[in-house]
Design a protein around this ligand. Structure first.
Ligand SMILES: [Zn+2]
Length: 320
């Protein structure tokens, strides 16, 4: 009897996980923007099923909604910036979007009073921890998922990204090739819905010490410091305490990739391979996929054919 009650509980959780989710209560963040160096306040609010993720610039009175859709991506240089038709922008959305994707949040209104999402510690750690703290509100509407039907590739010199069909998972196989010996060639492969993504969420953005001057000359990284980015100087990491995990560089690129994939609007079933990619390549592959509706299908997950592998297991543990 007790076992049946337990089984019933587990089934309830599994079923509810396949329904659209939002936050139970508001989550607030405050911090400096990595590139503009300005302070911003963010409040993530719960929203209705089928509304998706929406940004609202509350420092502006009108034309202030911006949809984080791949077609609205207006800049991919060292961050992902989205703009609406009136030129109103929000930049560095990728780590927050990665956290929302990873946690399975389908709908949220993100109010922000400046142009750039706070960089916090350079990873998605704080976003994840604070969202988990308030918990989820589960609706009775099923989630929608994009299923890739055909292999699509995008190449840019030696760099490439491809996405091909997979059964039920979203796999990301990412490699980095750096001339700097400390970063060197790093590769990691993850299953977004099955693996424990803690190391991916905790991995910080990074740069080479010798590139800092150049980056600052282009008007970027005004808020950058050792508190929010790993800085590598030849064979040395300048941050106290070194790396958070052995593959922190490539893991951060995977976090960026997950966040940028969420500009598709839904979770994805597909298998990604990427070499030396970044915001630009992920944006290009999404544009290519959605340029032809034979490349993908949008499916609704019904309770009766529970593909439990679509839900990240560590998330399941944290809810159970
Ligand atoms: Zn990043």
């Amino acid at each position: 009897m007790l076992f049946l009650v337990f089984l019933n509980q587990v089934l309830k959780i599994l079923m509810s996980l396949l329904n659209q989710k939002t936050l139970k209560t508001n989550v607030k963040f405050k911090g400096v923007g990595l590139h503009n160096g300005r302070m911003a306040n963010v409040c993530i609010k719960s929203s209705e099923p089928d509304s998706g993720i929406v940004f609202k610039r509350v420092d502006l009175k009108k034309n202030n909604y911006i949809y984080p859709n791949f077609a609205n991506v207006s800049n991919t240089s060292l961050n992902t910036t989205i703009s609406n038709e009136y030129g109103v922008k929000v930049s560095t959305i990728e780590h927050l979007m990665g956290a929302l994707f990873g946690l399975g949040i389908d709908n949220a209104l993100i109010e922000i009073d400046n142009e750039e999402v706070p960089i916090l510690d350079g990873s998605a750690k704080e976003f994840i921890e604070n969202i988990l703290l308030v918990g989820f509100e589960v609706s009775n509407k099923p989630i929608k998922i994009i299923k890739i039907n055909k292999k699509i590739e995008f190449k840019d010199g030696e760099r490439f990204i491809s996405i091909e069909p997979s059964k039920l998972s979203l796999d990301i196989d990412f490699e980095l090739k750096y001339k700097n010996n400390l970063i060197g060639n790093q590769r990691n492969k993850i299953n977004v819905y099955e693996d424990d993504l803690k190391e991916v969420f905790n991995s910080r953005t990074f740069c080479l010490y010798e590139d800092i001057e150049l980056i600052k000359k282009t008007g970027l990284a005004k808020g950058g410091s050792l508190d929010n980015a790993i800085v590598v100087n030849n064979k040395k990491i300048l941050n106290k305490g070194g790396l958070r995990n052995k593959k922190e560089f490539v893991n951060h690129k995977i976090l960026d990739c997950i966040g940028d994939l969420f500009t598709s609007g839904y979770r994805i079933i597909g298998s990604i391979k990427c070499s030396q990619g970044g915001h630009y390549l992920t944006n290009q592959i999404l544009k290519k996929v959605f340029s032809n509706n034979k490349n993908f299908s949008i499916i609704e997950i019904q309770e009766r054919n529970l593909p439990h592998t679509l839900i990240n297991r560590s998330l399941l543990r944290s809810i159970a």
